[in-house]
Design a protein around this ligand. Structure first.
Ligand code: LIP
Length: 232
C-alpha cells in the first residue's frame, strides 16, 4: 500500500490486475517467482522472476487520465530477458527480448537521433518521496534550461516506451521502484538506447534507484547534467 498525504494509493483494480497476472504468469512458467508492486515481501534471486507493475501511473488511473500501463518483465539471474508494457488507452503492446530488438504492436522501434540541445525530456517527480521534490525540480529546471523541452506523463513505464520508440529523447527520475522500470529498461536497450543508474555502481533491479534513459546521442551530456543538478 502506498500513501501520499491521506490518499491511499492502492486502488482495488491494482490488486485485481496483479492477481490476474500472477495467476496467468504462474501457469506460463510454473515455479517462477514474483517481484510485484502490490506484494508485501519481494526478494530478487537468480531464479526466473516476473517483475510486475499491475497499473503503472496509479495517480493518472485514479483521476481518469489516459496515461497508465501494465508493465511486466521476466528476469533471469537478476537481469531483464523479456519485457512487455501494454498501453490500454492506445491498444499498444511494447515488447522486447534480450538481443532480439524492441517492438510496438509487432513493428520494430528505435530510439531517436536528436541532439541534446533539441531533446524532448521526460521526467518523473518521485511523488511518493517528498524529500526528493526540490532536488527533482532542480533537475527538471536544469534540463529545461539546457535541452529542448520537458514532458511529465506520470507513468515511468510509458515514458521508457516512448524513449524506445523515439518519441522522447531522454527520461529521468531520481527514485523509481524496479516494477516501474524493469521492462522499460530492456525496451530502451533493445531499441538502441542507453539505460543507466547514475547514482548506483551497477544496474540493479532489486530495489528502488534513480534512473536515466536516453537515445544514443544524448546519453553522456544527460548523465553529466543530471548528476550535477542532483548535487552528487
Ligand atoms: C509511478 C511511476 C511514475 C512516478 C511515480 C510512480 P505507480 O508508478 O510510473 O513515473 O513518478 O512515482 O512510481 O506508483 O503509479 O505505479
Amino acid at each position: 500500500m502506498k500513501r501520499k498525504g491521506t490518499i491511499i494509493l492502492t486502488p482495488t483494480p491494482d490488486l485485481e490486475v496483479q492477481s490476474f497476472l500472477l495467476d496467468g504468469l504462474t501457469r506460463i512458467l510454473p515455479g517462477s517467482r514474483f517481484f510485484a508492486e502490490e506484494q508485501k515481501a519481494n526478494h530478487l534471486t537468480d531464479a526466473p522472476t516476473w517483475v510486475v507493475d499491475p497499473i503503472d501511473g496509479t495517480l493518472n488511473f485514479m483521476h481518469r487520465r489516459d496515461a497508465s500501463a501494465v508493465s511486466v518483465a521476466l528476469l533471469y539471474e537478476k537481469m531483464p530477458r523479456f519485457a512487455w508494457v501494454y498501453d490500454p488507452y492506445r491498444d499498444q503492446l511494447y515488447h522486447a527480448e534480450k538481443g532480439k530488438g524492441a517492438f510496438c504492436n509487432g513493428k520494430q522501434i528505435h530510439v531517436s537521433q536528436y541532439s541534446f540541445e533539441n531533446a524532448l525530456v521526460g521526467y518523473g517527480t518521485s511523488p511518493y518521496d517528498a524529500s526528493l521534490a526540490k532536488k527533482g525540480a532542480a533537475c527538471a529546471l536544469a534540463f529545461l534550461q539546457e535541452a529542448g523541452d520537458l514532458r511529465r506523463i506520470g507513468s515511468a513505464a510509458l515514458d521508457l516506451c516512448h524513449v524506445a520508440a523515439g518519441q522522447l529523447d531522454i527520461y529521468f527520475e531520481l527514485q523509481l521502484s524496479p516494477w516501474d522500470y524493469a521492462a522499460g529498461a530492456l525496451l530502451v536497450q533493445e531499441a538502441g538506447g542507453v539505460f543507466s543508474m547514475p547514482f548506483e555502481e551497477v544496474l540493479r533491479f532489486d530495489r528502488p534507484a534513480g534512473v536515466l534513459a536516453s537515445n544514443s546521442v544524448c546519453g553522456e551530456r544527460a548523465k553529466q547534467l543530471l548528476t550535477q543538478a542532483a548535487g552528487s
